[in-house]
Design a binder for this molecule. Sequence first.
Ligand code: ADP
Ligand code: MG
Length: 480
Amino acid sequence: MQWETVIGLEIHAQLATRSKIFSGAATAFGAAPNTQACAVDLGLPGVLPVLNREAVVMAVRFSAAIGADLERRSVFARKNYFYPDLPKGYQISQFELPIVGRGRVEILLDDGTARTIGVTRAHLEEDAGKSLHEDFHGLTGIDLNRAGTPLLEIVSEPDMRSAREAVAYARKIHQIVRYLGICDGNMQEGSFRADANVSVRPFGAELGTRAELKNINSFRFLERAINFEVERQIDLLESGGTVVQETRLYDPDRDETRSMRSKEEANDYRYFPDPDLLPVELDDEFVAAAIADMPELPDVRRVRFCEEYALGQTDAVQLTANRELADYYEATVRAGGDARLAANWVTGELAGALNREGMEIGQSPVSAMMLGGLLQRISDNTISGKIAKQVFDAMWGGGGSADEIIQSQGLKQITDSGALEEIVNAVVDENRSQVDAYRQADEKKQAKMLGFFVGRVMQASKGKANPKQVNELLRRKLAP
Ligand code: ADP
Ligand code: MG
């Protein structure tokens, strides 16, 4: 039988507020355990939650970014369950009336086709604490620093049909929240978590029973976890079994998913509106202020890059992958780099160097100003593209600006025809037999043989000869 995969994602984006969603405690990652949890986060008797305005602003921005129906009235609800890292015995979330309603995002697949994925809703909620199972022999530690950290849970429609589509969608959401500056997107630290709901069905049939996959902390693992799960479900169904609805943990070491618990139903949580919090009511003024300084969004920027800089789709996709990189590219162009040349260098030489060093664009020792300066010298023929790579490496190593390096290392291209002619003459004299062979060869062969002479001249000039001039000169000298 031909099986169709169906995937819906629940993404938790930790909002980049300085303090928690209902208290003034700090949200910074990595503090000593239990030093960032106040009485509100601990749920001590008599405390009252106070909503963090900034978290609401961020949700409004997200809503606008995915063209969603922003709900002017939303309600916080208590989701009741018991777990040691949840001291109150309930999580404050939104249930029936979330702040962000239906929206959509467009994903671009590797083959260049676009697909629209529906977002069902996004709601604000607080995170729970963390249980530390590994640090204490036979005991579990509880760190409540994360308790009360604001989350935006973004729930998709079951619109994805393969692990690759799911990854493309997750990457798109990741890109959007990072462009908006509402989430740092760090998957290792858990500030961006994707749970995948996966089912299979015979093509065109009704939705199959799904499993929810958790503990996925990279895009690569997301793809792998889904692929493993799809195989498992198909094998199960084909051997006469049934899929049970459950939560499964992905184990990256063994590359498999394992059953964790049967899936709770919403009514197990006894949701009810939190009596300590008023409904969130957004007026026009608040919404207008929240979206007033929205940055240009990635899709818009990508299209603009194609038009304004005459870039191909692949370059535009790569250059707008994140805001810092797109800013860097545009700053390079402003600093005098030709748009196409700059695209080649940023996606080529620069991306390669960053990759090698495991650096983010913000850490690049070569600033956009410096790269723009280097590209200017290629455009005005001061140096060749090849020498430019040498200059780039020197800049990367802290050797100063392109002009300083060209000057101090004497890398200026030799364009003086007298000087070039001398070198060419010397090469011709030193290679008499090749010259004779060249003169007897037909045109096609000659074209090939010319490379040998060009190579010699470039070598003799330490790469500084202007290649175009060298070609012309050689052709003249070698003519019978
Ligand atoms: P819950 O409240 O149990 O998390 P939801 O109905 O909110 O369940 O769905 C959660 C996610 O599961 C959504 O992203 C939705 O698109 C996805 N989903 C629902 N049914 C299926 C299915 N049969 N197969 C795959 N994904 C599904
Ligand atoms: Mg859910």
